[in-house]
Design a protein around this ligand. Structure first.
Ligand code: SAM
Length: 451
């Protein structure tokens, strides 16, 4: 999709209470990239320093060596072009002050997310007020994204504006300007991820202007990393969308507990979500406790497996909305994190029987919480397929053939789910990754031989 096609599938229309909404201007198919946009600014997580280019965020590898900024020795670039682009955009005004700033107690005390946001705000102010003169209007003429940014709704007023990194006149940034930018920006800050692992935060004004939130969104966000270019955001559809339907994305993980989601949306965006999922979860609140009895618990998880087994391709909502009431205890907020922890621990330790059992239970729970094409389902299904394949290849000579066959069947069925979901999501993030892993595993399974 090139820039001229940006609004091909979308039009902006009125929303009853959220000002505007993006609606589909024509029918949209699953897996279609319906919108692409570039950032106003992005900043890497501090933990990635020296591992990714600070401008295009591509990963350093055998073919890409990063050059260090000779001024601050803290920013890294995959080439001269990225260094020049970054320098002109904001680094020339941040470079000298950067190290003093990041060792300051104020910066050090910030949680990691706020550290990234502090950098984003510093960069943004430099970009939109390039002459340090805050009496002038922001530099809207040179960059259409700046005017879109200033047209965004302001979020709740944040009590504390993060301390800013600026080479000169830092004290002169009027509080109301920093506050005005930050309240738009705290509200419109995207978490950039590659294969669902976060690596940066970014401000994408066009996407912020268009898309409202839903916990049962019909689209999801992904990022394309291309060496030497800014990280492009793409919006991809999960299922068929009719012309005129609102296009929504998740502002947070829909698998978070209902109260956590509501509190975060209220605090960061100033609204309470009233989507179908929230309405349903509010109605069944409080969730009954999990059974203490091991057999009862096992019976319940077995029922969930059966309930989620038969996939209905036309179902556009998570299975939670049609699940039998006796399964509600499994929606208890402690169950998902416990399962995830047990799955990663046991697969990491090579305890494959436990890993496959907990992994299947986790997949069943994901199918209840997310739409069937949600990327988290694909990523987990791929992990489960790899775990089952590891169980096959590490099986000892005494392993009964029926058990080996069970492992192989699990690998094949999980890989089928992973392929369906992740092909729908399409290429994203760093090169390699899940789509390539699927091909490799498929080949191994087809050949039926050990790696
Ligand atoms: C990123 S903007 C979305 C675009 C916005 N509707 C506009 O016209 O500019 C986020 C703001 O939109 C509103 N919003 C987004 N999703 C909403 C929802 N599901 N319910 C109510 N308000 C919502 C809130 O005011 C939120 O702070």
């Amino acid at each position: 999709m090139d820039d001229s096609e940006t609004m091909r599938y979308i039009r902006l229309s009125d929303h009853p209470f959220a000002r505007n909404q993006a609606t589909a201007s024509q029918p949209i198919h699953p897996g279609q990239v319906i919108f692409a946009t570039l950032p106003l600014t992005t900043a890497l997580l501090p933990s990635t320093e020296g591992q990714r280019c600070d401008n295009c965020h591509c990963l350093a590898n055998d073919r890409v060596a990063l050059l260090k900024c000779s001024g601050c020795a803290s920013f890294w670039y995959c080439g001269v072009n990225c260094q020049i682009t970054h320098w002109k955009a904001h680094h020339r005004r941040i470079c000298k002050a950067y190290n003093r700033y990041t060792i300051s107690s104020g910066y050090q005390a910030l949680p990691v997310n706020e550290k990234v946001d502090a950098m984003l705000l510093s960069q943004l102010l430099v970009q939109v007020f390039p002459k340090d003169d805050f009496s002038l209007p922001p530099l809207a003429g040179n960059d259409p994204l700046v005017s879109v940014f200033f047209d965004l709704l302001q979020g709740p007023t944040h009590a504390n504006i993060p301390g800013l990194c600026r080479t000169s006149k830092s004290a002169d940034v009027p509080q109301h300007i920093a506050r005005e930018c930050f309240s738009r920006f705290g509200n419109n800050n995207f978490v950039l991820h590659s294969h669902l692992n976060t690596f940066a935060h970014g401000v994408y004004p066009l996407a912020s202007r268009l898309f409202n939130h839903s916990c049962i969104p019909n689209c999801v966000v992904k990022y394309r990393i291309t060496r030497g270019e800014p990280v492009k955001m793409e919006i991809v559809s999960l299922h068929e969308i009719a012309a005129g339907e609102e296009i929504t994305i998740p502002y947070l993980d829909p698998a978070l507990p209902y109260e956590t989601r509501q509190n975060a949306l209220q605090a960061n965006y100033g609204f309470r979500c009233a989507c179908l999922l929230c309405t349903f979860e509010k109605r069944i609140h409080p969730i009954p406790s999990l059974p203490q009895n091991t057999e009862e618990f096992a019976a319940l998880t077995k029922q969930l497996q059966t309930f989620t087994e038969d996939e209905d391709e036309t179902q556009d909502v998570p299975l939670m909305l049609s699940m039998p009431a006796q399964l509600y205890p499994l929606l208890n907020e402690s169950y998902l994190p416990e399962l995830s922890e047990q799955f990663s621990h046991s697969s990491h330790e090579g305890e494959y029987e436990t890993a496959l059992l907990t992994g299947r239970n986790l997949l069943a729970l994901y199918k209840v919480l997310y739409h069937r094409n949600f990327p988290q389902i694909g990523m987990h299904a791929l992990e489960l397929a790899k775990t089952a394949w590891n169980a096959v290849v590490t099986a000892g000579p005494d392993t009964p053939p029926s058990q080996l066959q069970r492992f192989e069947e699990q690998a094949i069925s999980s890989l089928t789910t992973a392929r369906r979901v992740l092909q729908n999501y399409g290429p994203e993030g760093d090169e390699g990754g899940p789509l390539e892993e699927i091909l490799v595993l498929q080949e191994l399974l087809e050949e039926g031989r050990k790696p």
